[in-house]
Design a binder for this molecule. Structure first.
Ligand code: PMP
Length: 457
C-alpha cells in the first residue's frame, strides 16, 4: 500500500476555493434568495446555525420526497443527511402522508389524552421493553425533563456525562473535560451565566475507573449517555464498557439514562434492544413523528412509581416538566404511523444493506487514496473520521477534527449531487435509498478525493 498522503492546509484551501466557485455558479437563485433573506433572518437563515453548513450559500429547499431534495435552483440532490436523523426513514414516507391526509382535519392539540397515545405507548414498549412513557416536543426537551426527574427522585444534585456528548440544548450537559482533567462550561454557549460544571461531572467514554471515581461519593442522580457517541464523530463502546456503566450506576444508586435519538439507527429498538442494555430511562426523538416535532422518554415501573411519589410529595404548582404542544393528538397519530408502518424490521434490513455498501465503498476510496482515515458503521449510520484508528473517547475524536477538510468534502459532494450531515462526516441510510443511490455517493466521494489529491500539485 502507498504511504498515506498528507494534505496541507494550502492544498485543502485550494480545493475548497474551487468547489466554492463551482457551487456559486450553480446556485444563482439561492444567492438571490439569501440576499432577500438577510433582511429577515440572522445570517440570512431562519435558524442561525444553518449558516454554519459547509456551502457558501444556504441551499433553499423547495420540496423533499423520499431521499430526493429539490432546491430552488432546480437541482435534485440525493439526501444522506436526512435532517440529521429527523428524516431517517425518508422524507414524507407514504404512511405519514396518508396519516396527515386522514387526520389533519381532526385536530392537532388539546391538552388531553387520546386513544392514539395509548397505542403509541404499547408500540414503544414492544420495541424498547420499557412499560411507562411520557411525550415531549423534542429530544432536547425529553433529556431536559429526564434530568429533572432523575434529580427529583434520587434527591441528588449531580449528573455525569461523557466528554464530547451532545443531548440537545440541555444546559446541564454542556460541560467539557480539559486536558488537565478539569471540567468547564462549553465556551461556545451564548448567554449562559451558570457554572454548569458545579453539578455536572464529565469523564471520558470507555473509562470505567473515571466513572467509578465520579460516582463513588453517592451524590449522582444519573449518568446520561448515547450507547455510541455520535456527535463528536463516532466513538464505539469497547467490549464490556456499557456493562460496566450499568454495574457501576447500580452499585452507586445512580440512574442510567440512554439517549437513543441517533442510535435508533441500530434497529427498531435502538442499540438498547440490539445489545440488551437495561436503562432505567430511555430517550427517543427525531424521526419518531415522521420528521415533525415529537419525542418520548420511557422508564421502568420502579422509576415510574418513584416519579409519582416525587410529584405527590411536591407542593402544588408547575413541575417544570412538560410543554403545551407535547403529546398532541396529531403528533401521536404520526408516531403511531411511524412505529407501526415505517420503522419496521424490513425497512431496517434494507437500510443496513445500503449502509454496508456505503461503508465498504468509502473504505475502498480511502484505501485507494492511501488516506489515514477510518470508517465506522452502526446499522444505518456510517461515518468517516480523519484518524488512522477509531477514536476511543471524546478527546481523541475531537483531535481528529479538521473543519476545513470536512467542509471542503461536504461541498464537493454537494456539487456532485449528494448531501451529507453537516458538522459530522455522517452518512445515513434510509428505506428510500436504492443501491444506485449508494453507488452514486461512492462515485462522488471517489471523485472528490481525486479533486483533493489534484489540489496537492
Ligand atoms: N440527543 C441526541 C443524541 C442528539 O444527537 C440530538 C440532536 N442532534 C438530540 C438529543 C436533540 O434533538 P433535538 O435537536 O431534536 O431536540
Amino acid at each position: 500500500t502507498p504511504p498515506p498522503k498528507g494534505h496541507t492546509p494550502e492544498s485543502i484551501a485550494r480545493f475548497l476555493a474551487a468547489e466554492t466557485a463551482r457551487f456559486c455558479t450553480a446556485h444563482p437563485k439561492a444567492a438571490a434568495l439569501h440576499r432577500q433573506a438577510s433582511r429577515h433572518f440572522l445570517f440570512g437563515v431562519p435558524m442561525h446555525w444553518m449558516a454554519d453548513a459547509p456551502s457558501p450559500l444556504p441551499l433553499f429547499v423547495d420540496r423533499a420526497q423520499g431521499v430526493r431534495l429539490h432546491d430552488a435552483d432546480g437541482h435534485a440532490i440525493i439526501d444522506f443527511c436526512l435532517g440529521d436523523t429527523g428524516a431517517m426513514f425518508g422524507h414524507a414516507p407514504p404512511p405519514i402522508a396518508r396519516a396527515l391526509a386522514a387526520f389533519g382535519s381532526q385536530g392537532a392539540t388539546t391538552m388531553l389524552p387520546s386513544v392514539a397515545a395509548l397505542e403509541v405507548a404499547a408500540l414503544l414498549e414492544q420495541r424498547f421493553g420499557l412499560p411507562m412513557w411520557q411525550f415531549t416536543a423534542t429530544a432536547s426537551d425529553a433529556n431536559r425533563f429526564v434530568l429533572r426527574w432523575a434529580r427529583a427522585i434520587t434527591a441528588r444534585r449531580h449528573i455525569v456525562v461523557f466528554n464530547g456528548c451532545y443531548h440537545g440544548t440541555v444546559d446541564d450537559v454542556f460541560v467539557d473535560l480539559a486536558a488537565d482533567g478539569s471540567a468547564h462550561t462549553r465556551p461556545s454557549l451564548l448567554g449562559q451565566v451558570h457554572d454548569l460544571a458545579a453539578y455536572t461531572r464529565v469523564v471520558e467514554f470507555n473509562d470505567l475507573p473515571a466513572l467509578q471515581a465520579a460516582l463513588e461519593a453517592g451524590d449522582v442522580a444519573c449518568v446520561i449517555t448515547e450507547p455510541v457517541l455520535t456527535n463528536i464523530g463516532m466513538v464505539l463502546p469497547e467490549p464490556g464498557f456499557l456493562d460496566g456503566v450499568r454495574t457501576l450506576t447500580r452499585r452507586h444508586g445512580a440512574l442510567l439514562v440512554i439517549d437513543e435519538t441517533h442510535t435508533i439507527s441500530c434497529g427498531p429498538g435502538g442499540y438498547t434492544a440490539a445489545f440488551g442494555l437495561e436503562p432505567d430511562i430511555l430517550v427517543i426523538g427525531k424521526p419518531i413523528a415522521g420528521g415533525t416535532p415529537g419525542a418520548a422518554y420511557g422508564f421502568t415501573a420502579d422509576v415510574g412509581a418513584r416519579m409519582q411519589a416525587a410529584k405527590d410529595h411536591a407542593p402544588p404548582g408547575h413541575s417544570g416538566i412538560g410543554t403545551t404542544l407535547s403529546a398532541g393528538l396529531l403528533t401521536l397519530r404520526l408516531m403511531r404511523a411511524m412505529l407501526a408502518e415505517v420503522m419496521t424490521e424490513s425497512a431496517y434490513a434494507h437500510m443496513f444493506a445500503i449502509s454496508r455498501k456505503v461503508a465498504e465503498g468509502l473504505e475502498g476510496a480511502i484505501a485507494r487514496h492511501g488516506l489515514p482515515w477510518t470508517v465506522t458503521r452502526i446499522g444505518a449510520r456510517c461515518e468517516y473520521q480523519f484518524a488512522p484508528q477509531r477514536p476511543r473517547n471524546g478527546s481523541e475524536a475531537r483531535a481528529a477534527f479538521n473543519e476545513t477538510l470536512e467542509a471542503a468534502l461536504h461541498l464537493a459532494l454537494l456539487n456532485r449531487g449528494v448531501l451529507l450531515t453537516p458538522f459530522h462526516n455522517m452518512v445515513l441510510a434510509s428505506p428510500a435509498h436504492t443501491m444506485d443511490d449508494a453507488e452514486k455517493l461512492i462515485a462522488a466521494f471517489g471523485d472528490a478525493l481525486d479533486g483533493l489529491a489534484a489540489a496537492q500539485a
